[in-house]
Design a protein around this ligand. Sequence first.
Ligand SMILES: [Zn+2]
Length: 278
Amino acid sequence: MLVKLQDIIAMADKGNYCIPAFNVYNIETVMGVIKAAEEERAPVIIQVYPRLFKEEVGYYLSPVIKAAAEKATVPVCFHLDHGSSDVEVTRALRWGASGIMLDGSANSFEENVEMTRRTVETCGYLGIGVEGELGHVGSVNDDTMEEYTDPDEAAEFVRLTGVCCLAVLIGNAHGHYKKTPNLDIDRVRAIRKATGLPLVLHGGSGIPDDQVKAAINAGIRKMNIGTDVCCAFAKGTLETLNDPNRSIAVDIFMKHPISTVQELAREKIHLVGANGRA
Ligand SMILES: [Zn+2]
């Protein structure tokens, strides 16, 4: 069933676990994630990069996600990842998203507050919760990491904007980590205490399992998995290409890539403790 962001996060908060949020790119990645979620009885978030909402891909992909979520026997939220402007937010809402992230973290604190507050107001008309970001989570290719999220500033941000969950910078980054990340778990605990809000961990691909578990214990309730979905899909595709008995019929060709995404999703569902929760 299609559920809203604030409702699926509340489930995790109540049960002290974390919702895995998988980035999807095409019908096959959607199918792999949904199959895993149903198999594991797990609530999941399916999210889409903003560039897909700027291009026509989002127009075609959104009805697929919506149909998959509505048909699913487990709670599924259809979420906009890293929305940075009204264009993406408006299109995501129009095309059926049940969760919105507004990422103004590359801007000043004041600008971030203003952009996020406005989005919270708009989404509020539809009863949809908003994920904000404070402390810009950059790329693994950046030379230096920005300053980590400050607990007091986070509390102020939450008070001024009304977000339902907050993405934080605690040693995480987007992409393939070049060296093992070292998350500041004490900071997660402090931000959680200061804001009272469920927190979000971006850059979940490649963080060691013990650090993921510690972060969840400290208050992370949504973990984003994008790069690993791409790798799982690429692996399945390459294996099929190298199989001399493969079928060229695209639907049959895609069965194995769907299964490698499904396997990855199952692993992550177990890692964050979302299995058996729906
Ligand atoms: Zn992110």
